[in-house]
Design a protein around this ligand. Sequence first.
Ligand code: PMV
Length: 317
Amino acid sequence: MKILSESTVGTANGKIILIGEHAVVHGMPAIALPFEAAQVTVEIEPKNGETTVESSYFTGKLSEVPATLYNFVEALKAVCKYLNQSYEGLKIKVNSLIPSERGMGSSAAVASALVRSIFSYFNKELTKERLFEFVSISEKIAHGNPSGLDALIVSNDHSYYFIKGETPEKLSIDLPGFLIAADTGFKGQTKEAVSDVGQLLRDSKGKTSELIHSIGRLTKKAKRAIEDKDPRFLGELLTKAHEHLTALTVSSEQLDQLVQVALESGALGAKLTGGGRGGCMIALAEKKDEALKIAEKLEKAGAKQTWIHSLGEDAND
Ligand code: PMV
């Protein structure tokens, strides 16, 4: 039996798409990794009456949440139904270090932390497969027709080489390098960007298909660069991927500017990450002091927030 004063916490990491976004929607591979610097926690405690939600952009009754949180509500209801429990009588607090709609997997991470927290609240075991299933329900509502990459990363906390519809391949990333992520401060537009690339593919098939295949080839080479522990080559591939994403119309003025600043500040490579048209970009540096310098330059150039993520156990300062 549940002791009523008990509260539970579920946590989840955000994710970074290293390379392959957009092309992954059209059958090409992508590489993504969990991003521990951007974490979400969901705390649940019992309360009397209707369930309430407390988060940075909505606080109130579950029945009154805005449309942007419908995925959250549906995930909650689906899990409670599966567990044969009521979704009423809960106080749910969402604490997210991930800015929403910035291509860092915020919605998937919130869903993952929520599902973990509910299972733990009702003292139930949660498998990674079940977690992935529930996060996918939430992601389909949030993003329409997602490739499944976000749900995969936030449910497994591992890096993957991913091709839609195929068994994802775990990829160990351990090379001397640091990723700098920077938020433009502008919301990304994943749904619109994905739909526009689809339209571009219908309007000018040859050119668009070549760009998509070219990103696919860059991603395959990036996998090799990771396996060879070669950050310089990886950097070149990232920058090339950004050029292709720009040609696919999914970059933005702010993203291009931050990519430029990163490259001028000595980054080995830089590109947008996620759906684009806003959101975040990433840059690669070999040493931590270089990464810190690049992050500082990005903030001076207008980035709202920056994060640094080591790509290797052995990466030294
Ligand atoms: O903006 P995000 O973090 O949801 O990433 C979108 C990645 C795309 O490849 C553009 C779409 C997808 O579903 O994979």
